[in-house]
Design a binder for this molecule. Structure first.
Ligand SMILES: [Fe+2]
Length: 256
């Protein structure tokens, strides 16, 4: 199990507020079967720490403190997309040595200019992953917009808490709709170290129950591993399956 969205680097954002808490959370995640954790502190204007030098220092401290634990830590960020942001979005903020970068938008209305920012990132060779689309009002009101992001070379990551109903019924309904439509590439915890319980395993089980093992593994193991290897992930995986099936029947008809 690989978790690609967490706020466990201490004293950077609204996640962990101490090195001890970070180590405790990581130990708990390892116990639940996590092998790789992507650390994604918020980059958001005047809200949290956005000085990459300080974040790098905290990451180094945490990596050294957990060096004996059986887990791989990868540094990334959760970059708030805003036409007026004061930080430069480039390779420095990508996950590990990959070209994948976790981004988020305003929770309410769609911000004009977002598609232009994403276009520039994709043109630079980056691969944006949109964090928790199911929590944005504009997606809840129009889930088809998730597909628009995919047509713009943006991957989608949903939260475990959404699947478990922790953010309310509308977000829960939206997340299942997105997963069933094939509009989701990753499932992650978005762990802010506020509760002791680590909820990703329960969300994976819910997907195994309601959908299938294939999807559960795809979103928490297969795609995250490809991402860490910096391999390309298919955007429209459900449609491609449908195309293959159509081809299969066409082949049979041709033989008759
Ligand atoms: Fe987050």
């Amino acid at each position: 199990m690989i978790d690609i969205h967490t706020h466990i680097i201490h004293n950077c954002d609204d996640g962990s507020n101490s090195l001890e808490l970070s180590i405790k959370q990581i130990t708990n995640m390892i116990d639940k079967g996590v092998t790789d954790i992507v650390l994604t502190p918020h980059y958001m204007n005047s809200y949290v720490q956005t000085d990459a030098k300080i974040i790098n220092k905290q990451f180094k401290e945490l990596s050294e403190a957990t060096a004996d634990l059986k887990v791989n830590l990868h540094k990334g960020g959760e970059i708030f997309l805003n036409p007026g942001s004061n930080y430069k979005i480039d390779k420095e903020l990508c996950i590990g040595d990959t070209s994948y970068i976790l981004v988020e938008t305003n929770m309410g209305e769609f911000t004009p200019g977002i598609y232009e920012i994403l276009f520039k990132l994709v043109k630079k060779g980056l691969r944006p992953i949109l964090a928790h689309p199911e929590r944005y009002n504009y997606i809840m009101n129009n889930p088809e917009m998730a597909e628009d992001f995919m047509y713009r070379n943006v991957y989608l990551q949903v939260n475990a808490g959404s699947i478990l109903g922790l953010y309310g019924s509308k977000i829960e309904k939206t997340v299942w709709q997105l997963i069933k439509s094939g509009f989701v590439h990753f499932l992650a915890s978005d762990n802010h170290c506020r509760i002791d319980e680590y909820i990703l395993p329960a969300a994976i089980e819910a997907i195994r129950d309601k959908i299938d093992d294939y999807t559960a593994d795809l979103l928490t193991q297969v795609n995250p591993q490809k991402m860490l290897n910096n391999e390309k992930i298919e955007y429209f995986y459900l449609k491609e399956q449908k195309v293959e099936k159509k081809g299969f029947f066409e082949n049979i008809l041709r033989k008759l």
